[in-house]
Design a protein around this ligand. Sequence first.
Ligand SMILES: [Zn+2]
Length: 241
Amino acid sequence: MFILRFFLAALVAISVIGTAAYFLSKSTRFQVFGELVSRGSSQHPCVALTLDDGPSPKYTAEVLDVLANFDAKATFFLTGQAVVAHPALVADIAAKGHEIGNHSFSHPRMVGMSQSRIESEVESTDRAIRAAGYTGPLHFRPPYGKRLLGLPYYLKKTNRLTVLWDIAPETDPTNNSDATEITRRTLADAKNGSIILLHVMFVSRAGSRAALPEILAGLQAKGFTFVTLSDLLQHKNCVST
Ligand SMILES: [Zn+2]
């Protein structure tokens, strides 16, 4: 009887800890170590558009043209493997005044990963981005936003900022290829200081690419300025209300 109770208690404890760890690993508001940001100050009518993955040779120029048409600055969280494959695209992004961030080398889930593997994923990507000629700030966004203990610990140890988002209009799988819905959600939810997450670098993301000019036009019409992530956090290039 005692053994049975012990096993039941252990089972309950394991599921509670497992559930807590799962929610913690994907929380956009809290992490155990280091500094996390999911939005900027609400004092200024500015937002940061963050574009994850790539750069892809197929879509980078198109995305840069759209941003230039709206005189908007964005932040590109790039993977090391794509940076190594396409350093000239990284140089193009930097030359247009956008910010570049580290999105790991091979885009793995970085939960339960050894410190040496985390170090390799993070450092090799920073090195590749610098080798492509980018000299600006370099923050980190975990693949899938997932992190638990080891990754935050490493990022804190190396003084890196973890960057997530408060607006992710592609999260509903039933309509995340619908440009109108992606635009509608972004315009409805964006606030002063919002960090917006979009994926525009893959062939499957035609809806997000089509939404991009609509989002830029719509939020500019509401009085928002699109600035880089670092400018958003430092209240630079933001027009005060
Ligand atoms: Zn990603």
